[in-house]
Write a protein that binds this ligand. Structure first.
Ligand SMILES: [Zn+2]
Length: 114
């Protein structure tokens, strides 16, 4: 019992992702793309949430970049997770911007006393 390539008719090996005869992708759930999308989505969630902890503002930026890459990848099966990562990254980045603005405002107020 074998599957056959839709492009050239060559018999495929079991669980083949690609036809060895013509190079046609035969498995729509291509594992390479799945894992890449999953990894990007996971990184964006992890770094996006890391961004909330002190001195890890870089995490928010990395999370933002990886989630945008993940959402723009048409083969990404984990866009839902990328969206969570994007939300977390924007949230934590906004949190840091607020802290920075507040500390600048506080510094300006303090300067009136001297
Ligand atoms: Zn083929």
């Amino acid at each position: 019992m074998g599957k056959y390539c839709t492009n050239c008719g060559n018999e495929l090996t079991l669980n083949a992702d690609v036809c060895l005869s013509c190079g046609q992708l035969v498995n729509t759930n291509n594992k390479v793309y799945n894992n890449q999308g999953k990894a990007l989505a996971t990184v964006s969630v992890v770094f996006g949430s890391l961004g909330f902890y002190p001195l890890i503002i870089i995490g928010a930026i990395v999370g933002l970049i990886t989630s945008i890459i993940g959402l723009n990848d048409p083969n990404n099966q984990y866009r839902g997770r990328s969206k969570i990562g994007l939300g977390l990254s924007i949230g934590s980045l906004g949190f840091w911007l607020l802290i920075i603005i507040l500390s600048f405002a506080a510094a300006r107020n303090f300067s009136y006393f001297y």
